[in-house]
Design a protein around this ligand. Structure first.
Ligand SMILES: Cc1cc2nc3c(=O)[nH]c(=O)nc-3n(C[C@H](O)[C@H](O)[C@H](O)COP(=O)(O)OP(=O)(O)OC[C@H]3O[C@@H](n4cnc5c(N)ncnc54)[C@H](O)[C@@H]3O)c2cc1C
Length: 286
């Protein structure tokens, strides 16, 4: 069991991790897919004190060099969801679970653009983790919509179980899918079904009869990540200590709202870490 699990390997998460390290807490930092931090898309940054005119990638590498020198290792695993277990949290990364007494969410700006039918059929034929739920659809036709390469491995895994697997990539690339997976290079438009469950995926020119639709997003919407956490105008609602509405959950950076800036993310990260430390120390005194 870790004292803290930091979710996110951008400026906010790295800053939180650095402060946890300095405060000598045990922690894990789960950074998701390396390619997906918002900062890497920034061509040139001029508003961060002391590091002028460098690209987002260069800045992130500078931050990572610092954390690596402090002995912090980022695990590139994507958190699927977090379960509150009373006095600790279970963090699901697909096949594995981690446990921590407190959580710092630093997952960046998440646009929750659900596709038609997605929310309606969530848990009733729509899922986000093929590794977790795929076995429920043995010998049945399924579809996988993916915003990135992660979906390829998941589709290949599903092809070992399911009667048919349709792969609908929402990115350009050379798709490493096996011959059993059918590539559909069309926009997925809607998930449809009956009162009970989803049974059809509509694309621009096709109606795919499926029993399940799996969706892999670059960023998992917060509401999906942890149930019951209060959201305000699309961002995690926090107090001045960066504490969320569930005791033991802290948040920092873009996932807490505007301004979407590196300096804010770094400051938020250290505030969240120091308050998580206080929370852990109080818990340990009980
Ligand atoms: C094109 C562009 C230009 C920009 N230019 C500037 C600029 O000039 N100056 C400035 O101050 N700001 C700029 N920004 C904004 C800046 O990049 C963000 O404010 C900053 O990166 C926020 O840091 P963060 O750590 O909150 O989020 P992010 O940097 O987005 O990092 C989020 C992290 O969380 C991880 N993650 C997400 N979900 C999960 C999950 N389920 N499990 C595990 N990990 C997960 C991601 O992989 C990533 O590592 C720019 C942004 C863009 C897109």
């Amino acid at each position: 069991m870790f004292d803290v699990a930091v979710i996110g390997g951008g400026p906010a998460g790295l800053s939180a991790a650095l402060n946890l390290k300095i405060r000598n807490k045990s922690f894990i930092i789960l950074g998701g897919t390396e390619k997906v931090t918002g900062l890497m898309k920034a061509p040139q940054i001029d508003n961060y004190l002391g590091l002028v005119g460098i690209s987002g990638t260069e800045m992130l590498n500078t931050f990572k060099k610092h954390t690596a020198e402090m002995g912090i290792e980022i695990k590139h695993e994507k958190v699927q969801n977090i379960l509150s277990m009373g006095d600790y949290f279970a963090i699901n990364v697909g096949v594995n679970f981690y446990e921590a007494k407190a959580i710092i969410l630093a997952t960046g700006h998440a646009k929750a653009n659900y596709m038609p039918g997605e929310k309606e059929f969530l848990g009733r034929g729509v899922g986000y983790c093929a590794t977790c739920d795929g076995p429920l659809y043995k010998n049945k036709p399924v579809a996988m919509i993916s915003e990135n390469e992660e979906g390829e491995e998941e589709a290949n895994f599903l092809s070992e179980l399911c009667s048919e697997v349709y792969y609908i990539p929402m990115y350009d690339g050379t798709y490493k899918i096996n011959e059993k997976v059918k590539l559909i290079k069309e926009k997925a438009l809607a998930i449809e079904g009956n009162d009970m469950k989803a049974n059809l995926l509509r694309t621009a020119s096709k109606e795919l009869k499926v029993e399940a639709v799996f969706i892999v997003r670059n960023v998992i919407p917060i509401g999906q990540l942890i149930e019951g956490l209060e959201i305000e105008e699309g961002s995690i609602k926090i107090d001045k200590n960066m504490a969320g509405s569930i005791p033991g959950i802290f948040a920092c950076g873009d996932c807490t709202g505007k301004p979407y800036q590196i300096a804010k993310a770094v400051g938020d990260g250290s505030t969240a870490a120091l308050n998580a430390v206080k929370y852990i120390d109080l818990q340990n005194m009980k």
